[in-house]
Design a protein around this ligand. Structure first.
Ligand SMILES: Nc1ncnc2c1ncn2[C@@H]1O[C@H](COP(=O)(O)OP(=O)(O)O)[C@@H](O)[C@H]1O
Ligand SMILES: CC(=O)OP(=O)(O)O
Ligand SMILES: [Mg+2]
Length: 369
């Protein structure tokens, strides 16, 4: 019996895949600019067909799918059937950028691999343990119930994996430690993890609020939306685009890649310097808030493209927090060591490589056990 699992991560215009044999990655790839003129594939179905035709899929135990929004329904990895597909489709209004692509990936994989179990692994699932006081928005309860408005949170697969890796680094069981996990990639979110369970996270009903991201604004005053509509004359779709695609680092500088911001900042570019400051200040606000929520903190872990690769962001985001037991050792940080706090710090600051695909493969296997 082989233990091969194919993991699919279908984004709005891309398809990432990784084939595992046990925990060993056998092969991986990326189809980009799906549906765009001159792109690699006309749609997700075509992309997946091309991917599958090039892989040896003998003895495949499961296909694991990243699904971004699982609403309140899905709190664990779930073997896909027609009802699960229908539920993922019903949730599209809550994650219009992500769920349609995730669903397309599931439907094509079911069609092409009808005898292989498909498992959906939800970004929201890890946050199902958040207390109501954190998950609830202070709006009319009937309106909230009817339209399923609450904080769901995302990147849960990454926060779960990273908080467990952090426990390993500390040499302690996850149940004994409190961690703040900072997933700083294209999308970015913070998560407070108490004893292995999510108790707060910075994204909300959608993946728009919280930290500053590549193209997403993160937190803003919701009245900005009314103002831009009523006074600025922008349509709701235009405002959606402004906040989701033209905001964040791109809104502040014209570029969404943190590497470009860091280069320009070094060269004295004021817009880039401000964008950097806005970005790290937001991270710091969440670190402080989550420290208070947790009461006791063992570790802070940086992960994803920016978190794993930028000593400047890590240092600035935690600058001035020694009074709270949080410090970054400049040499360890510059070398990108897995522990970057000074020896004997009350709070261990870590750099952890996140591996959402590996975690999805593991969870897919668990769902089938
Ligand atoms: N060396 C680096 N320094 C700073 N930022 C980096 C570096 N390498 C990658 N990044 C940032 O990481 C981001 C992508 O993060 P990643 O986790 O790969 O994103 P995603 O998986 O969400 O597409 C890029 O936008 C880039 O700005
Ligand atoms: C939910 C989310 O923001 O995902 P990503 O970072 O892949 O855009
Ligand atoms: Mg990501």
């Amino acid at each position: 019996m082989t233990d091969r699992v194919l993991v699919l991560n279908a984004g709005s215009s891309s398809l990432k895949y990784r084939l595992f044999d046990g925990t060993d990655p056998v092969t991986h790839g990326l189809v980009e600019r799906i549906g765009e003129p001159g792109g690699d594939a006309a749609d997700h179905a075509a992309a997946l067909r091309a991917v599958l035709s090039g892989l040896d899929l003998s003895g495949l135990a499961a296909v694991g799918h990243r699904v971004v929004h699982g609403g309140a329904e899905f709190t664990a990895p779930t073997v896909v059937d027609d009802a699960v597909c229908a539920a993922v489709r019903r949730l599209i209004p809550l994650a219009p950028l992500h769920n349609p692509a995730n669903l397309a990936g599931i439907e094509v994989a079911r069609e092409l691999l009808p005898d292989v179990p498909q498992v959906a692994v939800f970004d929201t699932a890890f946050h199902a343990t958040m207390p109501e006081a954190v998950a609830s928005y202070a709006i009319d309860v009937e309106v909230a119930r009817r339209w399923r408005i609450r904080r769901y949170g995302f990147h849960g697969t990454s926060h779960a994996y990273v908080s467990r890796r952090t426990a390993l680094l500390l040499g302690r069981p996850p149940a004994e430690i409190n961690v703040i996990s900072l997933h700083l990639g294209n999308g970015a979110s913070a998560c407070a993890v108490r004893g292995g369970r999510s108790v707060a996270t910075s994204m909300g009903m959608s993946p728009l609020p919280g930290l500053v991201m590549g193209t997403r604004s993160g937190d803003i005053d919701p009245a900005v939306v009314f103002h831009l509509h009523r006074v600025g004359g922008l349509s709701v779709d235009e405002i959606d685009d402004l906040l989701n695609h033209e905001g964040g680092l791109r809104g502040l500088t014209g570029e969404n890649d943190m590497r470009a911001i860091l280069r320009r900042r070094k060269a004295g570019d004021r817009a880039a310097a401000l964008a950097f400051d806005v970005y790290v200040t937001r991270v710091k606000e969440y670190v402080g808030g989550y420290l208070a929520l947790l009461g006791r903190l063992n570790a802070i872990s940086f992960t994803a493209g920016v978190g794993e690769n930028s000593p400047a962001v890590r240092a600035a985001a935690l600058d001035g927090l020694t009074g709270l037991g949080i410090a970054v050792d400049p040499d360890r940080n510059a070398r990108g060591e897995s522990v970057i706090s000074p020896p004997h710090s009350p709070v261990t600051v870590c750099v952890v490589h996140t591996d959402e695909e590996l975690e999805i493969a593991e969870q897919a296997r668990q769902a089938l056990r």
